[in-house]
Each structure stands twice: as structure tokens, then as C-alpha cells.
Design a protein around this ligand. Sequence first.
Ligand SMILES: [Zn+2]
Length: 341
Amino acid sequence: SDDQKRARYDKFGEEGVDQDGMGPGNAEDIFDMVFGGGRGRSSGPRKGEDITHVLEVPLSQFYNGATRKLAINRVVIDHSSPITTCNACDGQGVTVKTVRMGPMVQQMQSTCPQCHGQGKTFKTKKSKEIIEIHIEKGMKSGQKIPFRGMADESSPDVEPGDLIIILKQKENDDSGFTRKGNDLFVRKPITLVEALTGYTTVITHLDGRKLIVRSKPGDIIKPIDLTSEKHYLKCVKGEGMPTHGNPFLCGNMFLILDIVFPESLTPDACEILKEILPPPSEAPIITDEMEETYEHHELVDMDPRESAAATAEYDHSGEAYDEDDEGGAMPGGRRVQCAQQ
Ligand SMILES: [Zn+2]
């Protein structure tokens, strides 16, 4: 429920003291934050449960490294109050009652109501603590940073569990980069002229550096392999993500180039292009006889999804079809005539 989410949020609060001054965003985002798997598995009775917290990290902080401060509200043993052995159960945590039922004597064991089974009396208090999370260059989404013993202290005899921070790359990053391993991908529209004659762009990197990126003189940007994602890819070597633990070794940056074709060309421009571009290698030669005897069709634009929806209607149009009607009836009253040429 929202109350539970709110309670979880009350436990963690990002301090407004980040390196980049990023605040915690609007309230809705915070309450919708994904809180990992919740409480982890206990590793034995003498150690408390681990607790996890998901920290959203923008790609720029994985690139540059960052220190994030997180305020946590946790329960700790109040050492200003004495910790004493429970006098009700003598430290056993259980009380034993002897119940006599006629000739039988039965012993009933139950959890000590005074110390709730702890065997000790002690006080706990709420404590607000600030932890510093060091995001190192090249760390990845999903990476875990443990803080030993930073979960709640439930008893003086139980070692508190760990607080485990799980780094999660922020979605909808406005940097424009997508990360795959240590490689970065950025999408750029380019015109057909640039694809053919040369391309220059300025890219602002994740650390703010400005890169002028140019295609090699004479290099034509063309698809490498249409069956894979590799088409219209060019690479800027060594400008990908730093390697975690070896930040001077970087991946590559790929430019995914979307070629924007001209909407139209004048007949004059078409003639000039035909003169300067290499001729088509496999264009058929159409003879007058072929023109007269072959069927003629013209290419049009069509969305295959619209086509599928429209042709699905044909399957149910059999009964509605009236053979006496010239041209034939279509569902919905549309009339179609076959073009005569
Ligand atoms: Zn007790």
C-alpha cells in the first residue's frame, strides 16, 4: 500500500547534498521507486536480516564516479539505558507455568511477556545516520554496495544485518546515451547528402567534454549488415564507459545514424544525380514489347499493419459480395472498381 511505501521512504532519504545537486525529484517518483527485493534472507539467528535499498543512478555518475549521501532512519540499541537480564524469566526468554489437571501435571512454556523472549531488557531508539555511497567509475546497474551492520539493531545479542545498496541505472536518462556493457550508443539523424559526402557532428560527452566527430574523407555511410543492429553504425574508439577498477581502459562509442531522405527532388536534381551517381547495376532493360504485354504497377506507401487489418476484413466479405453488382461491394459500403489500363 501507499502507507508501506511511505514508511519505506521514511527510512531512507536522499540528502540534498549530492555532487551534482540532484534533489530527490518529485514526490510521486520517490514513492514509486522500486525497492529491490525488500528484506533479504537471514544468515542465522545471531545475525539480523539484511535490508536492501535501490539507488537510482544517472549514466553520467557511472561514467564520472560520484559520492551520494543517503540518510537512513534505523533502530539502534540505546546504550545510555542499562541492559539487564530479565528478572521475569531469569534471562531464559521463556516462562514455565505448572498446570495441575486432576492427577496430571503439565508444564506450559511460553514466551516471556516482559522481555518478549529476548532474555534481556533494553531500550531501543531511532537514529538518523548519513551514509556515503561511493559510485566508482565504470560501475554497472545492479551492482551491490554493502554497508556492514547498518540494518536495524533488534537485540544486544544479535549482530545487525547489512544494508545493501543496489545501484540501478536511471531510466529515461536525458544524456542521449544508451549503455551496453562498456560501450555507449547514441542516435543521430543525418541527411542523405551527409551520408554520401561527409558528416560532422558535435557530441557532448557524459563528463561535459565536447567532441567534434567527423567521418573519414571519402567514406560513405552505408549499411554494414541489414539483418542485424549493425546497419548505419559508426564508431568513436575509446569513448565508451570506463572499466570498473581500471578507469583508463574504456569501451567504444557507437553512433547509430538514421539517414533522413529528402521528401522530394526536382526533375532537374534527379537528372544531375543520375549523371554523378554510379548507374544501377541490376536495372532491367524494358523493351517496347515488354511495355505492351506485361502488367503495370506503381509503388505506393502502405503500412503493413493497416494492410493486415484491411485484408482481414476481406475474409468476411464473401456473403456481402453481390455478383450482379458492377465492380463488387466492399464491407462498409465502399465500392471498388478494378483499374482498367
Ligand atoms: Zn524475560
